[in-house]
Design a protein around this ligand. Structure first.
Ligand code: ADP
Ligand code: MG
Length: 240
């Protein structure tokens, strides 16, 4: 579903992605972790071309998104993205946030889009908040709305960039639960997170990134019990 082939990216002279090869198969959940500044956000943002690359190929559901001829609107409609800071539209209600893209991009009728939005709000436990505005919701609720918004486009892939790291601790669980249910439903997911409980329980593979390179890629148990790379060992120690 997603394949990185020898991907390189520079910000001016800063080599932030340095020869990444990675495959995420349909239905797989891959967790990406690593130190701050190692390039995790940049890497995940290349999948729907929020960041462009200078070298390599990124295939998403049969399309090389790094090709200048790729239809990015089509790619972005298939790839949902959930940000650390939710990024809901503050002037729109919960339901309006969710139906905006389906109506604009997919030309769905309001009725059709609202029906789907309400199904998704049920799924994330927030149907009763349909007419609330984002600032009237807790961080955990906002993030669940953001996930529902991503799902409203019927994506084939969902990307998450530290979806719980801006949340108060008591709200992390409710968001991880929604993500876990989504994984169990068969969604293909790439998740940047330091929530190691989630990684252990849900991920098929864990990828450890350091200085723009994947230095370790393993099944969760192997990664947590027996990390190979020194930087990975250090990193895991800091999380304890
Ligand atoms: P992570 O998500 O792992 O913390 P990032 O992908 O955000 O890492 O950043 C990787 C490196 O790229 C960092 O050194 C960061 O400062 C730099 N960087 C990120 N975005 C930009 C940008 N838009 N312009 C210049 N440098 C950037
Ligand atoms: Mg980041």
């Amino acid at each position: 579903m997603i394949q990185f082939k020898n991907v390189h990216k520079w910000f001016k002279d800063l080599h932030v992605i340095n020869g990444v090869n990675l495959e995420v198969k349909q239905g797989e959940v891959v967790v990406v972790c690593g130190p701050s500044g190692s390039g995790k956000s940049t890497l995940i943002r290349t999948v729907n071309q929020l960041e462009t690359i200078q070298e390599g190929e990124i295939w998403v559901d049969g399309v090389n998104v790094a090709d200048s001829k790729a239809d990015l609107n089509k790619v972005r409609a298939e790839v949902g993205f959930v940000f650390q800071h939710f990024n809901l539209y503050p002037h729109l209600s919960v339901v309006e946030n969710i139906i905006l893209s389906p109506m604009k991009v997919k030309k769905q009728s309001r009725e059709q889009a609202e029906k789907k939005a309400m199904e998704l709000l049920e799924r994330v436990g927030l149907a009763h908040k349909r007419d609330a505005f984002p600032q009237q919701l807790s961080g955990g609720q906002q993030q669940r709305v953001a996930i529902a918004r991503g799902l409203a486009m019927n994506p084939r892939v969902m990307l998450f960039d530290e979806p719980t790291s801006a949340l108060d601790p008591e709200m992390i669980g409710e968001v991880l639960k929604v993500m876990k249910d989504l994984a169990l439903s068969g969604m293909t997911m790439m998740v940047v997170t330091h929530e190691m409980g989630f990684a252990r329980e849900v991920a098929d593979r864990v990828v450890f990134v350091d200085q723009g390179q994947i230095v370790e890629e393993a099944e969760p148990e192997a990664f947590f019990l027996n990390p190979q790379h020194d930087r990975a060992k250090q990193f895991l120690k800091q999380l304890l």
